[in-house]
Write a protein that binds this ligand. Structure first.
Ligand SMILES: [Zn+2]
Length: 305
């Protein structure tokens, strides 16, 4: 079984991308208007389709595919997935829309930034324009008393949406609220370049103002204590930014900045978490390299301005 019931009308699908557990998941809202949140990457679309079958959902009954942003691990599989879902429309930020229609640029930049990880995710297939509903906000009535509200939550990307579902009062933040490690019940930043701290903090305030009780992380799974977790994440981002700004001022290398962050961050300084990230084939690259780079580039730009 890849699917797990995590709330009323709500299921999580373990995508097992590249054979990794607890890395990427999609969600299914099983209401009158059936809605998926996140296609996941191209390579794990078959897992998501078999998840729908596990729940006895007819593929032609899926109405919406909500995508938090078009990075390969979240929306990369949209084109391949739509081949299975003849009636589904995609909800996506307007700045993400051109990359769904023509994914060539997205794919080549992902290859540069992510290296071997992009091959694990797979190349995106194009999405027909007429199947896309671009939006920065809006509420969809999914029936059965469930409303899905889109919220523009920029910072991680210039095209990140979060979605709030009303029946369990939970939020799908995409990558706006960090990466959640269910193994340790902790969050670490997900801040690849270009990262915008002020936008990210404002987005977190927007989510906090909804007073959600749960967060449904694409990486990975449902987390409780949502408001406190979001507040803690704001502090964590501010700490990483402060260290990066100091490091850029002092001309430290990426490694020096990284080591200082690992030493001072409450989560990263825990030995078992640090060694989990260091020995993880994907997180060692994304968290310890790309996310630190995001802060360094942010700090450089701030200094230049
Ligand atoms: Zn992601």
């Amino acid at each position: 079984m890849n699917t797990r019931e995590i709330g009323k009308n709500l299921f999580q699908v373990e995508l097992e991308t590249g054979g990794f557990q607890n890395l990427i998941c999609s969600y299914i809202i099983n209401s009158a208007k059936i809605t998926l949140v996140e296609s996941g990457p191209t390579s794990s679309v078959p897992k998501l389709v078999s998840g729908l079958k596990e729940l006895d959902i007819q593929l032609e009954d899926v109405d919406y595919l909500a995508i938090t942003h078009v990075h390969l691990d979240h929306g990369g599989g949209a084109g391949a997935l739509l081949n299975f879902l003849p009636n589904a429309k995609i909800l996506v930020h307007p700045r993400g829309m051109p990359h769904l229609i023509n994914p060539e640029h997205l794919w080549s930049s992902a290859q540069t930034v992510l290296g071997f990880v992009s091959e694990i995710f797979g190349k995106p297939e194009p999405v027909p324009k007429e199947r896309i509903i671009p939006l920065t906000e809006g509420t969809f009535d999914l029936g059965d008393g469930i409303k899905l509200k889109a919220i523009e939550t920029l910072g991680h990307a210039s095209h990140n949406l979060s979605f709030h579902e009303s029946i369990n009062n939970g939020v799908f933040p995409g990558d706006a609220a960090g990466t959640y490690f269910p193994e340790f019940d902790v969050v670490v930043p997900t801040t690849p370049n270009p990262f915008h701290l002020e936008a990210a903090l404002a987005s977190l305030d927007k989510i906090i103002s909804l007073k959600p009780t749960a967060l449904y992380y694409s990486h990975f799974g449902k987390a409780s204590n949502a408001v406190q977790r979001l507040k803690d994440y704001k502090l964590q981002l501010e700490l990483w930014a402060k260290i990066s700004e100091e490091g850029v001022k002092q001309n430290w290398s990426l490694e020096q900045i990284r080591d200082k962050i690992v030493a001072e961050d409450k989560v990263m300084s825990q030995v078992e978490i640090a060694s989990f990230i260091r020995s993880h084939r994907i997180y060692s690259k994304t968290v310890l390299e790309n996310c630190i780079k995001g802060f360094i580039e942010y700090a450089k730009q701030k200094q230049a301005s």
